[in-house]
Design a binder for this molecule. Structure first.
Ligand code: KIV
Length: 290
């Protein structure tokens, strides 16, 4: 499903040209898995800003405006204080910065659990104010009625089961789930319930591998793994984690780069040059006769 175009971002910070080809759609993502088989796994990463979306878009099938922005962007302890307003501001930026990927925006804690009507109001607002194609919500069996209500009213839903960070206080932490038989069965049941309710895909986070493998085999909808299994129908990571913006990351993250180290070295050099008055030079200053 991956792309064939190159973004040319040279003309303007806000408007890369040329405008690449048409955006992928939710039905295309859903139908990427045919008769229970996915040939090429789906690629998904989180994005929170327009520029980040521009850089990721050509390589991804889906961009997730995750409520992980609470920790990553706002320095919060958990995703719990994240608000719909935060999700909408970042969601709209990511839609503006992308042309190709399906943009999915997380429904934040407290904005959808009370009733299916509350969920509809929040999801409709997120979709109308961001232009995203779908929302994501956490929960399995408990959210099935809500997923059914939303999908029957024009709102595509990506579900999220296993380790669900919004339930950190019930789960007692961020440890991998599904080590007991009871938990194993619960997560399998959650996956089945969200498919039955109409979710077009399901994120499976932080579970022991056999659960992710079993759900991927059993479900007709694509499973998107994070700390799950390479056998899932797709993978998602928090972009800042895989780029190496943070020293401490969960075990399931591969740090492909050391961006934090690069920023540290670059800013150290800038500070040295400012203090030595070797920046700015003539090249970066305006003269009357230029
Ligand atoms: O909020 C988020 O970034 C997520 C992913 C980690 C799946 O839900």
């Amino acid at each position: 499903m991956s792309t064939t175009f190159q973004l040319d971002t040279s003309t303007s910070r806000a408007t890369p040209t040329p405008k690449p080809r048409k955006r992928l759609t939710v039905p295309r993502i859903r139908d990427h898995k045919k008769d229970g088989v996915t040939k090429e796994p789906l690629v998904m990463l989180t994005a929170y800003t327009a520029r980040q979306a521009q850089l990721l878009d050509a390589h991804c099938d889906m961009l997730l405006v995750g409520d992980s922005l609470g920790q990553v962007i706002y320095g919060l302890d958990s995703t719990l204080p994240v608000t719909p307003e935060m999700m909408i501001a970042h969601g709209a930026a990511v839609v503006r910065g992308s042309y190709h990927s399906v943009v999915v925006v997380d429904m934040p804690f407290g904005s959808y659990e009370a009733s299916k009507e509350q969920a509809f109001d929040t999801a409709a607002r997120i979709m109308a104010e961001t232009g995203c194609a779908a929302v994501k919500l956490e929960g399995g069996v408990a959210m099935a009625e809500t997923i059914d209500f939303l999908t029957n009213r024009g709102i595509p839903v990506m579900a999220h089961v296993g380790l669900t960070p919004q339930a950190v206080n019930v789960l007692g932490g961020y440890a991998a789930r599904g080590r007991s038989q009871q938990e194993h069965e619960k997560i399998i049941g959650d996956g089945q319930a969200v498919q039955e309710a109409g979710a077009f895909a399901v994120v499976i986070e932080g579970v022991v591998e056999p659960i992710a493998v079993a759900l991927t085999k059993e479900l007709e909808i694509p499973t998107i793994g994070i700390g799950a299994s390479a056998q899932c129908d797709g993978q998602v990571l928090v972009t800042e984690d895989m780029l190496g913006m943070f020293e401490r990351v969960p075990r399931f993250v591969k740090r492909y780069e050391d961006i934090a180290g690069m920023i540290d070295k670059t800013v150290e050099k800038y500070a040295e040059e400012v203090r030595a008055r070797t920046f700015p030079t003539k090249d970066q200053t305006y003269q009357p006769k230029d």
